[in-house]
Ligand binder design. Structure first.
Ligand code: GAR
Length: 209
């Protein structure tokens, strides 16, 4: 049984989708060990408590990035987390944090990376006028929205869309993509070659430069 640690800052719909995917058997042999937010008022934390999960607020205010990250990592270790899932966690992780979980941190981003990294990716894509956007689940490395891509889903931009309807349709695909990516990473039958995820029959992740 693998332990997931979810980090979120807001609504938490990706967290709920992960929890539902575990319950439905789409992510086998996994459980959510802890949900952590840098914001005490995050709706996702409340949802986690309602679902009977361990939900912790670890506020970042008044702390350096590394001080805050050390508290979060301590909590993740206390709950024996194998895979960290960033689910709308609106903070950049310090390099030190990333090194504590090598190839064991996933992030979801609402665009087809490397297009539109950073904040409000759906709005950026809509304003740019792309005809296709989507979402990306990737391993987290030391750079923002940058690590090896595990799953991407495309979403066409319709003539009738505005930035909200586009964001809503991207979100539906996020919920599907995240479960698929977690399953792939937990199974571990892939290698990272350069920045490419290459499926293999090996049971352990190998990192090749
Ligand atoms: C999601 O759209 C997620 O992709 C995005 O924040 C939203 C969180 O929603 N993340 C980023 O933009 C990270 N760069 P949720 O709280 O309902 O899961």
């Amino acid at each position: 049984m693998k332990n997931l640690g979810i980090l979120l800052s807001g609504r938490g719909s990706n967290f709920v989708a992960i929890a539902d995917s575990i319950a439905a058997g789409r992510i086998p042999d996994a459980r959510i060990a802890v949900v952590i937010s840098n914001r005490a008022d995050a709706l996702g934390l409340e949802t986690a408590r309602h679902r009977g999960l361990t939900a912790l607020a670890i506020p970042s205010k008044g702390k350096t990035r590394e001080e805050h990250d050390r508290e979060v990592v301590t909590a993740l270790h206390e709950h024996k987390v194998d895979l960290v899932c960033l689910a709308g966690y609106m903070r950049l992780l310090s390099p030190w944090f990333v090194q504590q979980f090598p190839a064991r941190i996933l992030n979801i981003h609402p665009s087809l990376l490397p297009a539109f990294p950073g904040l409000e990716a759906q709005q950026q894509a809509f304003a740019y006028g792309v005809r296709v956007s989507g979402c990306t689940v990737h391993l987290v490395d030391e750079e923002l929205d940058h690590g090896a891509i595990i799953v991407q889903k495309t979403v066409p931009v319709l003539d009738t869309d505005d930035e909200h309807t586009l964001a809503d349709r991207i979100l539906e695909q996020e919920h599907i993509a995240y479960a698929e990516a977690i399953k792939i990473v937990l199974e571990g039958k892939f290698e990272i070659v350069g920045r490419r995820m290459v499926k293999s029959q090996k049971s352990e992740v190998e990192l090749k430069k």
